[in-house]
Design a protein around this ligand. Structure first.
Ligand SMILES: NC(=O)c1ccc[n+]([C@@H]2O[C@H](COP(=O)([O-])OP(=O)(O)OC[C@H]3O[C@@H](n4cnc5c(N)ncnc54)[C@H](OP(=O)(O)O)[C@@H]3O)[C@@H](O)[C@H]2O)c1
Length: 301
């Protein structure tokens, strides 16, 4: 039995579709807060445990009898990162050990082994989650991800209205990015072929390192309208996020992550032989429809 957490999210939803296609003869179980958010076609084909996978009683029910687990910490800026990451994962790690779960695949971040790893804010918190899961005794693979292409969907309105997208890194700082579809495909492969043992991380990267100026050029070509990059300062980012009412410690960790990325946190990560989704292809298939959609429909991922 494979257990999938966060099955209504960007990665979990795609992973669930892939496993429904490919996991012949293997039972699937999802852990979901609100089962009505599962697609109609999925209900009835999977066992459903209702609740949050960060909750001890839910984790106890969800991971009993599991051979393998897909683990994803939901983004949560309303509480301090220690609570949002390790605190959220602790009940599950206990349940993995108690129920003798064999294999776990978790969504994590690039950065392990770099000089910035210990002060990279939310990335440091993700790496600490990996250590916590690994200490439970399971075989574990952390999917070491750079920033997602999909983060740009949050900029669809600004790109549509003003031809501008915003981040904090230098305009010419090249780094890898990744499509969530590639993360889901990598997770599916590891969950289905469980011949691996021990603890390790699997970098999941798109095919090229790209700078914000590269992204602007490719978006301009693919969308057929001018798009330019606006570099925001870390102080501006902090003020904006605090203005949204986010937890102050979370905001500081977000700022620390952005600073570490601008210092080259993700640079130099090794690529696997497997080619991921090209940014231009992602723009054509995913960003373009979101930018061209009616404003009220466009910003919903
Ligand atoms: N964005 C990046 O550039 C980046 C880079 C590296 C790593 N990551 C990591 O990627 C992960 C985000 O993945 P994603 O984009 O697939 O997430 P997502 O689309 O935002 O989905 C979040 C999922 O978590 C569920 N969820 C939210 N709050 C929950 C709670 N309190 N308890 C249980 N479930 C809850 C949501 O379900 P509902 O239907 O119940 O709301 C949904 O299924 C994070 O761990 C992040 O650190 C992100």
């Amino acid at each position: 039995m494979i257990v999938i957490t966060a099955p209504t999210g960007q990665i979990g939803g795609r992973l669930l579709s892939l496993l429904l296609e490919a996991a012949h003869g293997e039972q699937l179980r999802v852990v979901v807060r609100d089962p009505s958010r599962l697609p109609e076609a999925v209900r009835g084909r999977v066992e459903v445990v209702t609740g949050s996978h960060g909750d001890a009683a839910t984790a106890e029910r969800a991971f009993a009898g599991a051979d393998a687990v897909f683990w994803l910490v939901p983004p949560d800026g309303s509480v301090p990162p220690e609570q949002a990451y390790r605190g959220f994962t602790r009940p599950a790690a206990r349940a993995f050990a108690e129920h003798g779960v064999g294999h776990v695949v978790g969504v994590s971040a690039l950065g392990r082994g770099t000089r910035q790893a210990a002060r990279a804010g939310l990335v440091t918190a993700s790496l600490a989650v990996d250590d916590l899961i690994a200490a439970s005794g399971v075989a574990y693979r952390a999917l070491a991800c750079p920033s997602f292409y999909e983060n740009l969907l949050e900029e669809a309105g600004s790109i549509r209205e003003h031809g501008v997208f915003t981040d904090t890194v230098a305009a010419d700082r090249r780094a890898p990015l990744v499509a969530v579809a590639d993360i889901a495909a990598t997770a599916a492969g590891l969950l289905l072929d469980r011949s691996w043992t021990g603890v390790g991380s699997v970098p999941v990267l798109g095919p090229q390192d790209l700078s914000p100026d590269d992204l602007a050029r490719i978006m301009t070509e693919e969308l057929g309208r001018p798009v330019r990059y606006h570099r925001q300062s870390l102080d501006e980012l902090r003020t904006t996020m605090l203005g949204y009412g986010l937890d102050a410690a979370f905001v500081e960790d977000m700022v620390a992550m952005k600073r570490a990325k601008d210092e080259g946190l993700d640079a130099g990560a090794a690529r696997s032989a497997q080619a991921g989704t090209e940014f231009a292809q992602w723009c054509a298939h995913t960003l373009k429809p979101a930018v061209l959609a009616a404003p009220e429909a466009a910003d919903v991922r």
